[in-house]
Write a protein that binds this ligand. Sequence first.
Ligand code: A3P
Length: 280
Amino acid sequence: SKDTTLSHLLFIHQGVHYPVTMCTPETFQALDAFEARSDDVVLASYPKCGSNWILHILRELIFADSKKKYDFPEFPVLECGDPGKYQRMKQFPSPRILATHLHYDKLPESILKNKAKILVIFRNPKDTAVSFFHFHNDVPDIPSYGSWDEFFRQFMGGQVSWGSYFDFAINWNQHLHDDNVKFILYEDLKENLAAGIKQIAEFFGFSLTEEQIQTISAQSTFQAMQAKSQETHGAVGPFLFRKGEVGDWKNVFSETQSQEMDDKFKECLADTPLGAKLKY
Ligand code: A3P
């Protein structure tokens, strides 16, 4: 059984909690000096919004576009790992994929200055919370929560790893119409994967045939990715590709919790472009 004491598994950096097994204060310090390139491919998301799905699609798009296998030996989340990571990344050929769960305002300055293209994937907050809860409780070296109710309280209060879903959404919402930013929804991708992949390819300027789009689409379904998850993601694979559905929150939320989240959603995002588009 795993340790459920949260306090020694999370540390606070600039008011936000991070898991000590994934991030360190030294890495955050080193990140400030990270040197971005204008052709870096950036993927921003709150945790559990489908980043591994998009990362897979991006690698396939780069392979189809350039015939170069994308095979960089670093954990894809920019702010995770040891502080020497950024020095090593200088050797990687372009295009590099940089995933991040940080707010726009907390990205290293060079990413903003260089106007690297940033894709932001959002998922409805209820399914995101349920996915995050299961992830914490399934994966051995991150904190567990005693119950869903306890996790829900901490999620709503923004005390979970990487902070508040709502703060993340409010922050990115201010940049969704920037020239170098594009946002997509998990739910839209579920509805029409090939159309989503085509939009992502166009945004980053990858040129692909219709047939290539269809092939990538077939390889990127939940079923296809889940079947290969151990091969692609090791022991954590099965936890990363858990259910892959829209609406799983209905199995977990109480009515009061659902109402509380609806209210919070309205308060934070109702009159915004993101609020208008998010579905659940
Ligand atoms: P569930 O826990 O609801 O199943 P992230 O990669 O950002 O950690 O997000 C993980 C979530 O994305 C998990 O949600 C996972 O199943 C889902 N996911 C991963 N690949 C997917 C795919 N190809 N299609 C649909 N959902 C996918």
